[in-house]
Ligand binder design. Structure first.
Ligand code: CO8
Length: 257
């Protein structure tokens, strides 16, 4: 039996999605991307999933797009493969995504990490956009998301030289949330996921959507957008429960509606 290249689990309100092509350091080939997007969309549609942790192995989150698949491609073939539509679908997943990164997250691997909402890294994690070294450049959001996360100076250095940065540098640059010993990286990501999943899910989704809005709008339009989502939450049972529980000095019981 061939092993699944994307492995999902679901327990409680948390799902995990593992990239599983260990022989090629989880290089993101077409088949893997198809399965990854399908897995994420299926989980996103499941009301019992409140947070998703994406991870690879201890050695590699993912070493980028599969170079063997791209090496002989013409621009027209790349166009017809239309791979970025799939990346856009990941961007539209409403459930919070946490990347648990150990080892390399390079090229498309780093770009996938950056689509996630929070990033937990092991102390062995390395992040990079090395595409320049194979004659191309980031194509799945690297120039945009990396720049917004770490600023122009470091982004330029990484994109123009392909230099990998350590977990420490990534933390100092604001790219990731935390660094933990390698043996705990997955458990730490799960712990963070449980914290998110313990919150009212509709509020969590709308809050995620509102934070992401800040990346592609003016502050003024973003404030309007935030305000509408804020008003909308006053229609939820969870808002009534949350405020009642606070006033009655008890723990809220979220219904997810
Ligand atoms: N694609 C295909 N195979 C890969 C990739 C990759 N990206 N990365 C590693 N592998 C394979 C190696 O060829 C090797 O296979 P084999 O054992 O058959 O020779 C195996 O994985 C193990 O790799 P190494 O022996 O090289 O392991 P090292 O520990 O010596 O080095 C590195 C690890 C540093 C990660 C090294 O493998 C490397 O530099 N890999 C390439 C990294 C890279 O350039 N990534 C960017 C790819 S381009 C990209 O991501 C563009 C994204 C655009 C958006 C997506 C749209 C398609």
């Amino acid at each position: 039996m061939p092993e699944n290249i994307v492995v999902t689990t679901h327990e409680g309100f948390i799902a995990t999605v593992q990239l599983n092509r260990p022989k090629v350091l989880n290089a993101l080939n077409l088949e893997l991307m198809v399965e990854l997007v399908e897995a994420l969309e299926t989980l996103d549609a499941n009301p019992d999933v409140r947070c998703i942790v994406i991870h690879g192995s201890e050695r590699a989150f993912a070493a980028g797009a599969d170079i063997t698949e791209m090496a002989a491609a013409s621009p027209t073939e790349m166009l017809q493969r239309d791979q970025f539509t799939r990346w856009d679908r990941i961007r539209r997943v409403k459930t919070p995504l946490i990347a648990a990164v150990s080892g390399v997250a390079l090229g498309g691997g780093c770009e996938l990490v950056m689509i996630c909402d929070m990033i937990v890294a092991s102390e062995t994690a390395r992040f990079g956009q090395p595409e320049i070294n194979i004659g191309v450049m980031p194509g799945a959001g690297g120039t945009q998301r990396l720049t917004r996360a770490v600023g122009k100076a470091l982004a330029m250095e990484m994109v123009l030289t392909g230099r990998m940065i350590t977990a420490e540098e990534a933390k100092a640059g604001g790219l990731i949330n935390m660094i933990v010993p390698v043996e705990f990286y997955l458990e730490s990501a799960m712990k963070l996921a449980r914290e998110v999943a313990a919150r009212p899910p509709i509020a969590v989704r709308l809050a995620k959507e509102s934070v992401l809005k800040s990346f592609d709008t003016t502050v003024n339009d973003g404030l309007e957008f935030e305000r509408k989502n804020f008003y909308l939450l006053f229609d939820t049972d969870d808002m009534k429960e949350g405020m009642a529980a606070f006033l009655e000095k008890r723990k809220p019981e979220w219904k997810g509606r």
